[in-house]
Write a protein that binds this ligand. Structure first.
Ligand code: ATP
Ligand code: MG
Length: 397
């Protein structure tokens, strides 16, 4: 057991002392067995939420209806969820109501993939009723039970399967793949926001090319927002060797290759903030195709986005990215943004003794360009002089 699990042991031990069963479950156990860095630790227990809340001094009822209580121990939070099975599934979505059960096995049975249905007790012993360990060995993603049934219960699981392909580089079992081909259309019943969460993880995975190729092969892409007509673009996307860095870059690269604009991004229900960042990258990528397109004006305009834009440009045009040298060039510009100008609007109002108006922003823009292109030094008195001169352009100064 590693340090993270050892730290979490007290949660399990406390539950057991109170007469309940408790196990580590889910992604953390899977990643531990794969010797990957583990994320949040989830614990499954026979204790009901009210019992969990009574036992631990610091808890947050994050999802009582689903049996989940967050327990905070020594500053670390753990999701403690009561053994449960899910109620009736309606409309191919996860059910709202759940039934608490008293056995671990039933809880593991409702989980999506065998590799996600492994539990570990306080001694580090593995409980694996569905062959998850073998699936990890074979690097196979397979549903717990009949995939057709499981995807009909909750169609999002098909997206989850592909995002795990992207994260782990595993393959789908034959049955699981066949069921995705057959039931992909059920994805239409799933809220876009939930699809987007899984899709973003897919875009960020190290094996994203493999996952995108599978999206096409299984035809699942046809049921994703705005992608039904984008088969060729997706095939192209899967051909790039992509090393994802962050969500802006992942979405921008995707959006650039499949020709998304604001409207399509909005239909993916992405946040306005994220859409703004993506659109800045897209605007740059429209005209920056080779290293020489990085003019002084482009460096200045896109400054903080240079790494994203440059890596995407290089991936798409089969070039070597020059992030480091471009960032250096950006840093060496006389100014990096308007705020660094040694003169401001207030100074100009006083200088010209005029009321504000369109002339003012035009003047600031002119000064900005002149400083950027080193026609004048970024020094207050010099800028004032330049501004006066610039105003009466007829004077040859
Ligand atoms: P990650 O490391 O990305 O968090 P994870 O496996 O922990 O991966 P979560 O979405 O956090 O994924 O879900 C935690 C666990 O809950 C899963 O491992 C799985 O056992 C179960 N689970 C999550 N979503 C579903 C679902 N739609 N259907 C069935 N089981 C699910
Ligand atoms: Mg998780």
């Amino acid at each position: 057991m590693n340090e993270q699990f050892r730290q979490a042991l007290s949660v399990i031990e406390t539950l057991k002392r109170h007469g309940h069963e408790a196990y580590f479950v889910g992604g953390a156990v899977r990643d531990y067995l794969l010797q990957r860095p583990i994320g949040d630790i989830d614990i499954a227990t026979s204790a009901h939420p009210q019992e969990v809340m009574a036992i631990f001094p610091r808890t947050v009822p994050v999802g009582i209806a689903h049996g989940t209580v967050m327990v905070i121990e020594r500053g670390i939070s753990y999701e403690v969820t009561t053994f449960r099975k899910e109620g009736r599934y309606e409309d191919y979505r996860r059910p709202k109501d759940v039934t608490f059960v008293r056995s671990l096995n039933e809880d593991l049975q409702r989980r999506d993939f065998t590799m996600n249905a492994i539990a570990m007790n306080e001694y580090g012993e593995i409980i694996d009723p569905f062959g998850g360990v073998e699936a990890l060995k074979q690097r196979i993603i397979e549903t717990v039970g009949d995939p057709a049934e499981r995807f009909n219960e909750d169609a999002l699981r098909m997206m989850r399967a592909l995002r795990f392909v992207s994260q782990l580089g595993f393959s789908l079992s034959t049955e699981t793949k066949q069921a995705i081909i057959r039931y992909g259309h059920l994805l239409q019943h799933i809220a876009v926001e939930r699809i987007a969460v899984e899709f973003e993880k897919l875009l960020l995975g190290p094996f994203v090319s493999k996952a995108i190729a599978l999206l096409v092969e299984t035809n699942l892409f046809a049921y994703l927002p705005e992608l039904a007509t984008k088969k060729e673009e997706l095939i192209k996307l899967s051909s790039y060797s992509l090393v994802p860095v962050d969500r802006i870059e992942a979405w921008a690269r995707f959006a650039f290759v499949v020709h998304f604009h604001r409207e399509q991004l909005k239909n993916w229900k992405l946040s306005n903030h994220l859409i703004r960042d993506i659109l800045i990258c897209l605007k740059a990528l429209e005209h920056i195709r080779s290293l020489t397109d990085w003019t002084i004006d482009a460096l200045y305009e896109y400054g903080p986005y240079i790494p994203h834009i440059e890596r995407i440009r290089a991936a798409v045009y089969d070039d070597k990215p020059s992030v480091h040298s471009l960032l250096k060039q950006w840093e060496m510009l006389p100014i990096r943004n308007r705020k660094e100008l040694a003169i401001n609007g207030h100074d100009l109002l006083i200088l010209f003794g005029k009321k504000g108006g369109p002339w003012l922003s035009e003047m600031i823009e002119n000064i900005e360009r002149a400083v950027l292109h080193r026609q004048v030094e970024n020094e207050k008195e010099k800028l004032k002089e330049w501004a006066m001169c610039n105003q009466k352009r007829e004077n040859n100064c």
